[in-house]
Design a protein around this ligand. Structure first.
Ligand code: ADP
Length: 246
């Protein structure tokens, strides 16, 4: 598997406090990875570094086969390079239908000027259908996003991000607040999404992590404490001590 993103030796200090400490991380093309760690471990700051929201004091963030350095690039440029991020709270357009939300996300990729003057092609309509099938909302295309359940809104937002064709998708606690059935669907959706692009999931729910059945990175005090299968990391004594508290 070729490396898509390589983070090496990054550190971030906030007012003298080292939130990220010499952290290194790699993810390959079409790899699914879960990042876990106790509150304050640095998970959000780490995602902020990748997406250009926070600039590290030191280290490197290298992207793609051309080894592009992401450091110093704006958040918009990093998104354009192919990194999408989904925050915990869904941000869909509640007054628009599922179809309109997906179409908007798809056309947004071309820039707002083209959105104004661009006619919707049959190709776009087909893509909207395909995305709706992928996220399991093909029976809900004409519903207003505001009428969807919490879980459905999360899937719609994932669909809107997929419409931008990211090569790496970062997802923050996708299963939070979901019913067991919604969690199951979210598992399938993420597994499916990771077939054709890399996906990093930040998650607390261990049952959900187990179902994703992928390599896990454990963060603690801004560094990688352990990495490997869930069974491997949860049998690591350091992880047991700091995270699982057993
Ligand atoms: P996590 O997402 O794993 O809970 P965070 O990345 O949010 O952890 O935070 C890591 C540490 O950095 C925490 O101790 C947090 O209080 C601190 N921190 C995060 N952002 C800031 C900031 N802007 N200013 C000061 N401290 C911060």
């Amino acid at each position: 598997m070729s490396t898509l993103l390589e983070v090496s030796g990054v550190s971030v200090t906030f007012d003298g406090f080292r939130a990220i400490n010499n952290l290194s991380f790699q993810i390959g093309e079409a790899e699914l990875r879960v990042v876990i760690g106790p509150n304050g471990a640095g998970k959000t700051t780490f995602m902020d570094i990748i997406t250009g929201k926070t600039r590290p004091d030191e280290g490197r963030v290298i992207w793609g086969e051309k080894s592009l350095s992401l450091l110093g690039l704006s958040e918009a440029k990093i998104a354009q390079a192919g990194i999408g991020r989904k925050f915990q709270k869904p941000t869909v357009f509640e007054d628009q239908t599922v179809h309109e939300n997906l179409l908007m996300a798809l056309q947004n990729k071309r820039g707002w000027l083209r959105v104004l003057f661009y006619r919707t092609s049959t190709d776009d309509l087909q893509k909207v259908e395909d995305l709706a099938v992928e996220i399991g909302l093909h029976h809900d295309l004409s519903r207003k996003a505001g009428e969807l359940s919490h879980g459905q809104k999360q899937w719609l937002e994932i669909g809107m991000l997929l419409a931008q064709e990211p090569r790496l998708l970062l997802v923050d606690e996708p299963a939070a607040g979901m019913t067991p059935q919604e969690r199951e669907h979210t598992t399938d959706l993420l597994l499916q999404a990771a077939r054709t692009r890399a996906v990093v999931v930040v998650e607390h729910d261990m049952e959900f992590v187990r179902r994703l059945n992928c390599k896990v990175t454990v963060l603690h005090e801004g560094s990688v404490l352990a990495e490997g299968s869930l069974d491997h990391v949860t049998s690591n004594q350091d992880v047991i001590d700091v995270y699982l508290g057993r």
